[in-house]
Design a protein around this ligand. Sequence first.
Ligand SMILES: Cc1ncc(COP(=O)(O)O)c(C=O)c1O
Length: 359
Amino acid sequence: MLKMAEPIIHHRHPEFQELFARVNKNLQYIFQTKNDVLTLTSSGTGAMESAVCNLQNAGDTALFVNGGKFGERWGELLRVYGVSAVEITVEWGQAVSPEKIIDALKTNPAINAVYLTHSETSTGAATDVKAIAAAVRKQSDALIIVDGITAVGAMELRMDDWGIDAVVTGSQKGLMVPPGLAFIALGERAWKRVGQSKLPKFYFDLTVARKSIATNDTPWTPAISLLIGVDAALEMIRSEGIEHVWARHERLARSVRSAVHALGMKVLSSSPSNALTAVLIPDGLDAKKFNKVLKETYKITVAGGQGHLKGKIFRISHLGYYDELEMVALVSALELTLRDCGYKFEPGAGVKAAQQSFF
Ligand SMILES: Cc1ncc(COP(=O)(O)O)c(C=O)c1O
C-alpha cells in the first residue's frame, strides 16, 4: 500500500520497463508457466472476455460448467460472442467430475474448448482442474481454459505441468492488491487458436499485448500504481515460496472449516476451496443481524450469498495476506457474534477447533 502511494512513474520510461520485466517474470512463477502472462487493465472479467473473443469464432461450440455465479459467466460470455455454449449444470457448491466433462465431449465432438472455474468464489467450491485437464487431453483437442481468479496464489495450479491452455486471474485476489488489473497466460495451442479467431476485439486483442510484452511494454496506458503494488506482492509471494503460500492457504482453510463444524454449522461445498469458506446459515439465525453485528461490533466483513444462495450462506475469505492468528481471531469474533444473535453452541468450541488444527 505504501509503494502504491509513491509518486507515479511514466510507463514509457525505462524505470517502468524494469519493473514490468520483474512483474512478468514473477507472474510466470505464480502461474507456473513459461508462457507470457499478459497484463490487462480491467477487472478479472476482462481477462475472461479476452479468453473468449481471442480463442473463438462465431458458430464454434464450447463447454462450460455452471456450478456458481462465475462458471455461469463463462456461458454468458460465450453466448454474447455467438459461440454455441454447451452447459453442464452442477448443484451450486458441488464440483464437476472429470467423467461428466468427458461425457459431454463424447456427446458433442464439436466442442473446441472447456471453460472451467478453479475456485468458484460464489460457492467456495474447488474444481479438480488437474484431473479434468488430464482426462480432456486424452479424449480431445479441446482447449482447457481456467478461471483462476480466486485460485492463483491460493491453490496449487501448475499451468504447464497440468497441460492447461489458458489461465486468468485478477489483482484483487491472491495478489492482494486493489481491483483493476487482470492477467492471462496462453499456451502454444491457445496461441495457434488466436491466429484463427475472427471475433471483433480491440482493447482486448491479445496479439497486441503479446507484441508489447516482448519489450516489457503494454499497448495501452497501464494502471501503473496497481502494477507497483503487484510488484511488491509478487516479491512477498516469491520470498515465502509459492508452495508455502499454497500450504498456508490450505492450513488456514482447514482451520476455518473445523471451527465451523465445531460450532454446529455446515460448509456448503463438499469440495471446498482453500481461498474461502462458504457456510450455510443455520435455521433460526438472523443473517442480516449476524452480518451487521460482525461488521459493526467486531469489524469483520464476511460476504453474503449470490443468486439463489442469497440469505442462505455467508462466505469467509482466507485468501492472501492472512495468518493463523487472524483465523483464530476471526473464529472468536464469529462466536461472539453468534452469542449476540442468540445462537446456541458450546462457547470456545470453534476457537479450540481452529487452534487445534494448527498443532
Ligand atoms: C472466480 C471468479 N471469477 C470471476 C470473477 C469476476 O472478476 P471481476 O469481478 O474482477 O471482474 C470473480 C470475482 O470475484 C471470481 O471470484
